[in-house]
Design a protein around this ligand. Structure first.
Ligand SMILES: [Zn+2]
Length: 287
């Protein structure tokens, strides 16, 4: 069964740990993350970007796959299926398709429009018991083809959006998507502390979790971050393990070309990465 992210994140905020959001791309990705969550007895959030949604043949296909896997693999830890950086239309489509959580990223709109659209979605999600993530202050990165510096959100705007009744709030604090550049200035803990103070119990979300040093992750959690998004790191681990399999010539030996064998090292690499993150975030045995 899929659950809203509300309860798991409220528990995480109160218990000073974070729940990982791991983005999925296909069956192997989803299976690896679900099995690791179960083995670690950890709550988990499966993230789906709109691009990944298209790739996996639409939101209904994804809901069917995830629900089927939870049943077949006997997954009993809390699992939320979450739209990552959704447009307004994308959020509505996921709500209708059976996602248990959505993010509406209105950070590129003027704050008034972000608030108006977020408010409409708060109402739609509340009726169905779906959790909603909002974003204030855009998070930089390679997503639009340009590597931007991480912006910092205005704590007063964060408070305005938190008060709309969203479940969790993503706020830029110098974090970016993808790999961090060598000259990255690090997370801005003064801004995070100010946002945390203004928004109280609101679980805060840290995007761009790949490559942030462990001490910064721990400090961010201590200042109110309860959800951390990991995407690129699983991709890098999968690619490196698959490359090694091919470079070692294993696909040319025996039935090494069998996709179930060819994709196995990448699958195991995702599992190892997810486990490492769950341990770092402190969500092990918190299911
Ligand atoms: Zn993000």
């Amino acid at each position: 069964m899929l659950v809203s992210a509300k309860e798991m994140l409220e528990k995480a905020k109160a218990g000073k740990y974070a729940v990982g959001q791991f983005n999925i791309n296909n069956l192997e990705w989803t299976k690896a993350i679900l099995l690791t969550a179960q083995e670690c007895n950890s709550p988990v959030i499966l993230g789906v970007s709109e691009g990944a949604g298209k790739y996996m043949c639409g939101y209904e296909t994804i809901v069917g796959m995830v629900k089927g896997m939870i049943k077949c693999l006997n997954i009993t830890v809390p699992v939320a299926l979450h739209l990552d950086h959704g447009s307004y239309e994308g959020a509505k489509a996921c709500i209708n398709a059976g996602f248990s959580s959505v993010m509406f990223d209105g950070s590129h709109y003027p704050i008034e429009e972000n608030i108006a659209k977020t408010t409409e979605l708060v109402n739609a999600c509340n009726v169905l018991g779906i959790s909603l993530e909002a974003e204030v202050g855009s998070i930089g990165g390679e997503e639009d083809g340009v590597v931007g510096a991480g912006e910092c959100a205005d704590p007063t705007e964060c408070k305005m959006v938190a008060d709309l009744g969203v479940t969790m709030l993503a706020a830029g604090i110098g974090n970016i998507h993808g790999k961090y550049p060598a000259n990255w200035a690090g997370l801005n803990f003064d801004v995070l502390a100010a946002i945390s103070e203004k928004t109280g119990d609101m679980p805060l979300v840290l995007h761009g979790g790949t490559g942030i040093p462990e001490d910064m992750i721990k400090k961010a959690i201590s200042l109110g971050v309860s959800k951390i998004n990991v995407n690129t790191e699983c991709q890098l681990a999968f690619a490196a393990a698959t490359r090694k399999y091919v470079e070692d010539g294993k696909d040319l030996s025996g039935k090494g070309f069998d996709p179930r064998k060819l994709l196995a090292p990448g699958f195991e690499a995702i599992k190892a990465t997810v486990k490492e993150k769950m341990e770092l975030f402190g969500s092990v045995n918190k299911a």
